[in-house]
Each structure stands twice: as C-alpha cells, then as structure tokens.
Design a protein around this ligand. Structure first.
Ligand SMILES: [Zn+2]
Length: 182
C-alpha cells in the first residue's frame, strides 16, 4: 500500500474524514475499503481478514517499509516459505510472497550458502563394465538391520570367484575412514 492510501484510510477511520480534495467517487472508494481495516491503539492501520468466522488482524505495511520488515522476518536466514509464513502471520501487504522470494534471491548469505551446497553435488561418472565376475564390486551402506544369528563375512562368498579387484562406492564419507581403506 502506498503511503498516500494508508493516510487516507487512517484519516477516515480515526476521524471519519476525507482529504479536502477528495472527489465523491474517491470518498466512496475509501469508505468501501475502510471496512476491511481498523486502527490499533498505536494508530497503526490493521488489516482484518475474516475467514470461516475467524477474524485475524495484521499490521498494514506501506511500500517503503516492506524491505526492512522482510529483513527482520528473515533473521537467521530462514528459508523462503518460513520467512513468508512468519511475515504473513503478523503483517499485510499485497504481493508479499513475491517480495519475500525476491528478497531471499538477493540475500548474499543465502546465495553463498546455496553455492556451497551446490558445489557438493558431484558429476555423474559412468562406471566401466567389469572384466570378469567379481572383478568389480559395488558397495553401499544400508540399515540398521536386526542382528543375524551367524555372521557370514562377505569375502567368503567372494573367494569362490577369486579376489575382487575394484570396489565402487557412491562417494559415501563412511568409506573414507581408515578402517575401510584397502
Ligand atoms: Zn538470507
């Protein structure tokens, strides 16, 4: 909402008056619009939202104050949806969702965090076909499982085909530990 509109509504709700220069149609428009607003004890304009018999009241924010409000609601660099939810539960202006998305798109901290996350995504590398049975073994960790009665080491099975030559993993950090190194 523009400051001028905010002031017109405030004037009407506080003093039941219109601006001196207001035309009849302008007066009618303000009168109609004023029905969804009220003033709180601090003389701030509040938006009344009536949904399913439940009225919620939120502070109206003028265009000039939007950025500073989003910045405050984005404290801790919350994600887009959480920042919007927080903002929307207390404040009102049209186009809030887009404004929040735009703000976060240009937040330097969030952007650098995104880059860091993206840099962890490794390129897919095609795995060549193994030269013989048990020549190449894929390995991954899944679980937890229930305890087995007997422990059967995987290598026992492997020896039937000879010693494995290569193990392929999905770059899981577990395989970088010393006990996994071969
Ligand atoms: Zn951020």
């Amino acid at each position: 909402m523009e400051v001028s509109e905010y002031e017109k509504l405030l004037l009407y709700l506080a003093e039941n008056k219109y601006e001196e220069a207001a035309t009849e149609s302008e007066k009618r428009r303000i009168w109609k619009r004023s029905k969804i607003f009220q003033i709180d004890k601090n003389k701030s304009l509040m938006y009344i939202n009536n949904q399913e018999g439940q009225a919620t009241v939120r502070t109206v924010i003028t265009r000039e104050r939007r950025k500073s409000v989003i910045k405050l609601m984005h404290t801790g660099h919350l994600g887009r949806d959480k920042t919007y939810e927080k903002c929307n539960s207390r404040f009102y202006w049209k186009g809030m969702k887009q404004d929040v998305a735009e703000f976060i798109k240009h937040c330097p901290e969030c952007q650098s965090q995104n880059k860091k996350t993206k840099s962890h995504v490794q390129e897919m590398v095609p795995v060549s076909f193994p030269p013989r049975v048990w020549g190449k073994v894929g390995i991954d960790l899944i679980g937890p499982f229930m305890k087995a009665d007997k422990k059967k080491p995987i290598c026992k099975r492997g020896y039937r085909f000879g010693v494995m030559e290569e193990i392929v993993s999905d770059q899981g950090g577990e395989f970088n530990r010393s006990r996994w190194r071969i």
